[in-house]
Structures are given as structure tokens and as C-alpha cells.
Design a protein around this ligand. Structure first.
Ligand code: HEM
Ligand code: HEM
Length: 479
């Protein structure tokens, strides 16, 4: 018989705690890994779906006759997996990694972080199957049917609660720049997400609210998570502080002030009140300030670091993400100019801009973070040769996609302004659509090599680099 003394009850409690702590679900960074690798998985899936769509645009007979694989169903699935699967999950993975380090405190609940990741995965799968079966809500970026749409919102509240509680319970009093961006991403999401998905508005109001929601999804949700990640890893990759804290401050607050009012630039020349258009165009042009601030801040930080870029592929991807972010954003500011928008709105120029943002900035930024995580944090060495291939295939793929769509977008706009029939530009599009599909294929091969490289590296037999003392030293600089 066991006699329970106060000491033995403490022991039992300790044993229980140890048992709980030894569950993989509670290990530090477990949630971050599940989010991160899920993001990687969805990235490959959305690219494959994008490739099928791209082929259908010049060879419509491709996989014809299966309703679930019709262009009109695959396109929203591509978009929703791109936004909620790849970008959201990948960058939330980075946030789950960064927040405990920036706050010097353990994640409020590792278990909740992991459960929300799996919940998000299965819910997204359900939502996309719903779209493929024809249950789409039928409006861009809100296609995911009920109840899957509302479950996204509830899960986001749980994620935000988890990360925010970690920030509240932090040991480090300072709030680093990356934390500002993460907080901006996670706090307002439920407000505009619910507005956008509630289906309570009609007609013109509906269009305005839809774009208020959708633009915040790109600007306040995805872009801020992406920027938070770059602000975190770049100083560590170049081993020096960011060029200017004051410029980061200006960049952050101007972005927070202007981005939410950009939505109206998606309906320029639509039947919306003129003041809505003018206000959103003004806010879009004002976005030049935060973009320029980011350009200067990262530009000066990166100045003179070419030697690091030659060796460190993760850093090279950071530079690619930074250049693409600046390029996509300046491109966006230009597209918001009303006279130019009149010509280019219905063309592939928008598609080129979108993919400059998602592929150039989104894909590269996540690759930069994953290389950083694997090498600098887990001290594992990936295959340099595969990573080199990954980098150059990504550069070629992104450039091929963006240039082919940019050129045909420009041609389409000018043809339509000149009064030439749409059928004519349809024929003109074919070689550019083929070029896009080839670029997409190149990009996908690069990402498959990347996924294989990461998988081989993090599998248990992986190569550990550095000596014990180097690892301790690195863990101080990298956290
Ligand atoms: C993983 C990264 C990607 C993301 C996040 C992404 C996201 C998007 C988004 C948001 C749109 C809608 C754009 C709009 O309506 O203005 C779109 C459309 C499209 N994407 Fe992607 N995309 C990705 C990769 C790719 C790839 C690799 C291809 C393959 C070539 C591709 C092909 C397409 C096609 C064909 C369209 C439809 C164009 C149209 O309707 O005219 N995407 N994508
Ligand atoms: C200062 C920054 C930016 C500005 C001012 C801006 C501006 C614009 C404008 C004016 C359009 C509408 C074009 C049209 O339909 O006529 C647009 C579309 C879009 N932008 Fe941006 N953009 C910016 C950055 C970005 C970034 C970084 C991303 C991605 C991460 C992005 C994602 C999108 C998407 C997905 C659409 C297409 C929406 C659709 O029609 O389905 N934008 N942007």
C-alpha cells in the first residue's frame, strides 16, 4: 500500500507534469512546426492546382467533363488554399516560432497551438471539398461555405488568444518590431473576416464590404505576417541590428493607418460612390510611405552583405522576398492610379501583380524562414546543391510568370482601349499562357526539391552541423 504524504503528492504532481511535458504535443516549437510544414504542404498543392488552371487557359479540353475539376471550381480552391493554407499557415508557423523568443516566455499553450493547426488543416480541407462539390458562396475570397468559414474565424480567435496571452505574460519588456506586426495581424482579423463572410450586405454595399475584407486579408493579415518574419530573420542573417528603429516605427504606423482603407481600389470605375474611390486611391498612393520606409530600412541593413548572400541561401531568399515586396507594392500603388486602372483592371496585369506578391514575396519569405529555422535554430545542414537549384528555379519561375502575364496584360489593355474585339486578344494570349504554365512548372519543381531537402534534413538521421560549443553560442545569437 502506498502511504500518501504531502511530499509524495508533490512527487506525483511532478511526475504527471513530466509525463505531460514529455508528450510531443507540449514540446517547445511543436506548434510552430505543425503550422510551418502544413504551410509548405499547402504551398505545393495550391501551385499544382494553379498549374492545372494555367493549362486549362490555353488547352480547355484538359481534364474536361469532371464537374469538380471545372475551371470555375479549381480557381477558388487555388485562391483559398493559397491564402488560408500556404500563406496563413506558413507565416503563422513563423509567428509561433518568433513570439516565444521575442517575449522570452514559453508559448501560452503549445497544445492549443498544435490543435488549432490541425483544426485549421481539416477545416480548410472540408471547405475546399465543399467548393469542389459546388457549394461555393460564389464571391471572391469568401467562397468557403458555411460552417467552414465561421470555423476559420473561431480558430483564428483561439490562435490570437494563444499568441496574445504569450505577449501579455512576456518576460522581455520591450516590444520588438516583429511583435508589432504580429499583433496587428492577429487582433483585427475576426472583425473584417466576419464582416466579409456574413452575407448581410447587398448590391454596391456588398462589393465595398467584400473588398474592405479581402484587401485586409492581403494587407493586414498576410503582408504583416510576412514583414514580421523578415524583420525577425534579416538582422540575424546579417548579424547586425536593423538600420533604423525610427524608420521601422514610421513604416509600421503608416502601414497600419493607410492599408485598411485600400479596399476600394479594387472597384475603381465600378458603380460605387466617387468618394469611396478617391479615398481608397489616396490611401493606396499614401502606401508609398511605408513601402519606401521598408525599402530604405532593409536596403541599408543589407548594404555590403553580398558575401553572406553568396553563401547563405536563406538570406538570399530574404533578399528576393524584400525586392519582390517592394516591387509588388510599388506596382500596386501604380495600378491604383485611376487613369491607368481604367486600362488595366480587366487584364492579366492584376494577375501578374498578385503573383509578384504571393510568389516573389510570399514563397521566398517562407523559404527564407524555413532555411533559417532548419540551419540556425535546429543546427541542421541541408543540401546546399538542392537549395541552389531551389533558389534559381524560384527566380526563373517567378520572373517567367510575372513577365509573361505583365506583357500580355499591357497588350490586352491597349487592345481593348483601341476598340479591338475581345476574341482577338484571346488568341494573342495563347503563347503567354503557355509561358506562364511553363514558368509555373519550373517553380513547382523548385518547391518540390525544397520540400524534399527539408524533409531529408529534419528526418531523424539528419546531419548535425557545428560543435557543441558553437551550437550553444549560436542558440544565443539566433534566439
Ligand atoms: C503558391 C502560390 C500562389 C498563390 C498564393 C496564388 C494565388 C492566386 C490568387 C489570389 C489568384 C487570383 C488573382 C485575381 O483574381 O486577381 C490566382 C489566380 C491564378 N493563379 Fe495563382 N497563386 C499561386 C501560384 C500559382 C502558380 C504556381 C500557378 C501556375 C502557373 C498559378 C496560376 C494561377 C492562375 C492560372 C490563376 C487564374 C488567372 C485568371 O483567372 O485569369 N498560381 N492565384
Ligand atoms: C502598397 C501595396 C499595394 C498596393 C497599393 C496594391 C494595390 C492593388 C490594386 C490597385 C489592385 C487592383 C487592381 C485591379 O483589379 O484593377 C490590387 C490587386 C491585388 N493585390 Fe495588391 N497592392 C499592394 C500590395 C500587394 C501585396 C504585397 C499583395 C500580396 C501579398 C497584394 C495582393 C493583391 C491581390 C491578391 C489582388 C487581386 C485581387 C483580385 O482582384 O482578386 N497586393 N492591388
Amino acid at each position: 500500500m502506498t502511504i500518501l504524504t504531502p511530499d509524495s503528492s508533490v512527487n506525483i504532481k511532478n511526475k504527471q507534469e513530466k509525463l505531460i511535458l514529455s508528450l510531443p504535443l507540449d514540446k517547445p516549437d511543436h506548434a510552430a512546426q505543425v503550422w510551418l510544414y502544413s504551410g509548405l504542404f499547402w504551398m505545393v498543392i495550391t501551385m499544382l492546382i494553379g498549374l492545372v488552371e494555367a493549362i486549362k487557359l490555353f488547352y480547355p479540353e484538359f481534364w474536361q467533363g469532371v464537374p469538380a475539376l471545372a475551371y470555375g471550381r479549381l480557381r477558388p480552391v487555388h485562391i483559398n488554399i493559397g491564402v488560408f493554407g500556404f500563406m496563413s499557415m506558413g507565416y503563422l508557423g513563423a509567428a509561433f516560432y518568433m513570439v516565444p523568443r521575442l517575449t522570452q516566455a514559453p508559448l501560452f499553450s503549445e497544445r492549443l497551438g498544435t490543435l488549432t493547426a490541425w483544426g485549421w488543416n481539416f477545416n480548410l480541407l472540408g471547405g475546399c471539398l465543399g467548393i469542389l462539390m459546388g457549394f461555393s458562396k460564389g464571391q471572391e475570397y469568401t467562397e468557403i461555405p458555411f460552417p467552414f468559414d465561421m470555423i476559420i474565424c473561431l480558430l483564428e480567435i483561439a490562435i490570437a488568444g494563444n499568441l496574445f496571452s504569450t505577449v501579455v505574460l512576456r518576460r522581455e519588456r520591450r516590444l520588438y518590431v516583429s511583435l508589432w506586426y504580429i499583433l496587428l495581424a492577429i487582433i483585427p482579423f475576426p472583425i473584417y473576416y466576419t464582416l466579409g463572410n456574413a452575407n448581410k450586405f447587398r448590391g454596391i454595399e456588398d462589393a465595398i464590404v467584400n473588398w474592405f475584407y479581402s484587401h485586409n486579408l492581403f494587407g493586414i493579415w498576410l503582408t504583416t505576417l510576412g514583414l514580421a518574419t523578415l524583420y525577425y530573420i534579416v538582422p540575424k542573417q546579417v548579424q547586425k541590428p536593423l538600420y533604423s528603429h525610427a524608420i521601422s516605427f514610421v513604416g509600421f504606423w503608416t502601414l497600419a493607418a493607410f492599408y485598411p482603407w485600400n479596399g476600394g481600389h479594387h472597384v475603381i470605375w465600378g458603380p460605387v460612390p466617387m468618394w469611396v474611390m478617391s479615398a481608397s486611391v489616396t490611401a493606396s498612393l499614401a502606401m508609398f510611405i511605408p513601402v519606401f520606409a521598408t525599402f530604405v530600412n532593409f536596403g541599408w541593413t543589407a548594404w555590403g552583405t553580398w558575401d553572406i548572400a553568396k553563401k547563405d541561401i536563406g538570406y538570399r531568399f530574404s533578399l528576393l522576398a524584400y525586392c519582390s515586396y517592394v516591387a509588388a507594392s510599388l506596382w500596386g500603388c501604380t495600378l491604383a492610379v485611376m487613369s491607368l486602372n481604367a486600362t488595366l483592371h480587366f487584364t492579366n496585369m492584376t494577375i501578374a501583380h498578385v503573383h509578384m506578391g504571393f510568389l516573389g514575396f510570399g514563397v521566398s519569405g517562407l523559404a527564407a524562414f524555413i532555411y533559417f529555422y532548419v540551419e540556425k535554430s535546429r543546427k541542421l545542414k541541408y543540401s546546399q546543391a538542392l537549395a541552389e537549384w531551389h533558389f534559381w528555379l524560384t527566380v526563373v519561375g517567378v520572373l517567367g510568370y510575372v513577365v509573361s502575364m505583365g506583357i500580355i496584360g499591357w497588350i490586352e489593355g491597349n487592345e481593348w482601349v483601341a476598340g479591338n474585339a475581345i476574341q482577338g486578344t484571346m488568341l494573342l494570349r495563347k503563347p503567354y499562357n503557355i509561358a506562364r504554365a511553363i514558368s509555373g512548372l519550373i517553380l513547382i519543381i523548385g518547391q518540390l526539391l525544397f520540400a524534399f531537402n527539408v524533409w531529408k534534413t529534419v528526418s531523424p538521421k539528419a546531419n548535425i552541423i557545428g560543435t557543441e560549443s558553437e551550437m550553444v553560442l549560436n542558440s544565443h545569437t539566433s534566439n
